[in-house]
Design a protein around this ligand. Structure first.
Ligand SMILES: [Fe+2]
Length: 555
């Protein structure tokens, strides 16, 4: 079991480099018999106060197949509170998804499935609480690329019984083929993507989800904790927007069809509720109310409102000086018609933030895909990098040159995150302020790096804080600078950016976020290895957050 750090222990300086052995004994391990019928495990998620989604997939099924399910208040199923039969077939890839209703708030439940006389493993889940809630513990995960390694961090999450909910911020799968991102590592460690080509069709995405769900860490995490999940880009294709994606090219068919098929597979393979009557699959946002303690509002930033990303490549000949760069940011990147959120998403955000403030919940957490803090490329015209440059590979050298140029010109690190949509970010802050919420605890994925950020609007008014999770397996691209190079890059990144308190791209892992009515404590929990199942667990950084006078600050 991972050691649980209390706030007090961290303050008095318990080692932040505690090493724990890999957990080989797993409480909820699938047995051989259930593996035959339920190769992809079981899962639960998308809870509210009286219902939760339970999920499985029947392997090697003759169709149609009747799958029995039951839910109980005990793991021996002596007190069964709900049961039923779900008939599945090839039209939904033999997945099973049941919204179990009429449950009690804030209760633990156990569930299992049965098909053809074979029982699944037993899963554990819970409903959201009502009334006074003392404490909430979230595991914040993102960027789980099968080819880059084993989902060991998922196993660490599974083995922490204090976790209430797993919040996955997207890039749950990646679309690339074996000749793409992660392909070399996948070849080396025996985790080649299936199918071997880039996922484009419904069948491709189904196969990709199926492969990811064979990982042992994935199986135990989903069996142990309920999931709240949002998508980022790679569930469909790299850097999508309303009308296409960076990784959707000619010859890969119609974009709308690809997006629809990727989202069909998403809804089939994850424990999320189907769209409400009259809604679309793309309109995927939620407000999870955790008693009087917290609101967790999730965003959709890819398929319903986003304008096309600006590419530096297209402005290479125009931006020669810092003045050119400033004009480019003000007029091109910052154009007011460039959106991140749809009007329906914005209305939902405004209404639900106002409801949260009115209900006097202590915390307002935003489940968000990409990093929100304002981050300019750091100044890399630094003797360290001059010394490093000759030792770098050609690709790493080109990356360093590109980043150095961005830093010299005073441009943002990337334009796919909120950095590329500054007007939309300011609008997001304005919506929050209008709702009476300047105490946002924003969670971010996507960057393959840890972040501890402070958020400000353009007037310099504090809007809250941001905690960014690194990849479960996906690496930071600057890893090609070597360990010292990456560390120096991160140091300069924090030093050069007012909103960045700390960042580190060296590690793979997740954030364990514990909140109560006094404060929040975030541990940045890492695994020491993802390329084999042999790993240890290490906490590399912690942050304390205080909520006072309607805003948040680090203490
Ligand atoms: Fe990612």
């Amino acid at each position: 079991m991972i050691k649980k750090f209390t706030r007090r222990e961290t303050l008095i300086g318990v080692s932040s480099t505690l090493l724990l052995p890999a957990c080989s004994q797993i409480g909820i391990a699938p047995d051989a018999a259930s593996d035959a019928a339920f190769l992809h495990g079981i899962a639960s998620g998308d809870p509210d106060t009286t219902s939760v989604v339970i999920w499985t997939r029947v392997s090697r099924a003759k169709e149609p197949v009747d799958v029995g399910w039951r839910m109980a208040t005990d793991s021996d199923f002596r007190n069964v509170v709900a049961r039923g039969v779900f008939t599945t077939d090839a039209s939904r890839d033999h997945t099973v998804k049941v919204v179990v209703e009429e449950l009690h708030p804030g209760r633990d439940y156990f569930y299992r499935f049965e098909a053809g006389g074979v029982r699944s493993s037993v899963g554990q889940t819970k409903t959201l609480p009502v009334g006074h809630v003392e404490r909430l513990v979230l595991a914040v995960a993102t960027c789980s690329n099968y080819a880059f390694g084993y989902f060991n961090a998922y196993e660490v999450i599974a083995n922490d019984p204090s976790i209430d909910l797993v919040v996955h911020l997207g890039d749950y799968i990646y679309e690339h083929g074996i000749d793409g991102y992660g392909g070399e590592t996948g070849q080396r460690i025996g985790r080649n993507h299936e199918p071997p080509h880039e996922a484009i069709t419904l069948d491709d995405y189904r196969q990709r989800f199926a492969q990811y769900k064979t990982d042992v860490g994935s199986k135990v995490m989903h069996a142990r904790h309920p999931l709240i999940v949002i998508w980022d880009d790679h569930e469909t294709a790299n850097n999508p927007w309303m009308g296409g994606a960076q990784n959707h090219q000619a010859g890969e068919g119609d974009w709308e069809t690809r997006r629809a098929q990727s989202l069909q597979a998403y809804y089939e393979w994850l424990p999320v509720r189907d769209p409400r009557e009259g809604g679309t699959r793309e309109e995927y946002w939620r407000h999870y109310k955790i008693g009087d303690l917290a609101s967790l509002i999730t965003l959709e930033t890819r398929h319903t409102g986003r304008s096309k990303q600006i590419e530096y490549e297209d402005y290479r000949d125009v931006i020669k000086t810092e003045a050119d760069a400033k004009e480019f940011i003000d007029t091109v990147v910052g154009a007011p018609d460039r959106h991140m959120l749809s009007s329906a998403m914005k209305k939902f955000l405004a209404d639900e933030l106002a409801e949260s403030v009115q209900a006097n919940r202590r915390w307002r957490i935003i489940g968000n895909q990409s990093v929100m803090a304002k981050r300019m490329a750091p100044n890399l015209s630094d003797p360290f990098f001059e010394r490093l440059r000759p030792d770098l590979s050609e690709d790493a050298g080109n990356l360093l040159d590109g980043l150095t140029l961005l830093g010299d010109l005073g441009l943002p690190l990337d334009l796919d995150s909120w950095n590329g949509y500054p007007d939309a970010r300011e609008n997001f802050y304005q919506i929050s302020k209008n709702a009476g919420a300047r105490d946002l605890l924003v969670l971010a994925g996507d960057s393959h790096s840890y972040w501890q950020d402070a958020l400000y609007d353009n007037a310099g008014e504090s809007m809250g804080v941001e905690l960014g999770a690194t990849g479960i397996t996906s690496p930071r691209s600057m890893v090609s600078f070597g360990q010292e190079g990456l560390r120096r890059f991160d140091q300069l990144n924090a030093a050069n950016n007012k909103e960045v308190v700390w960042t580190d791209g060296h590690y793979r892992g997740f954030i364990r976020l514990e909140i109560d009515h006094d404060g929040a404590h975030a541990d940045y929990v890492t695994v020491t290895n993802v390329e084999s199942r042999d790993y240890a667990v290490k906490i590399v950084h912690s942050a304390e957050i205080e909520s006072r006078d309607g805003t948040l600050r680090y203490v």
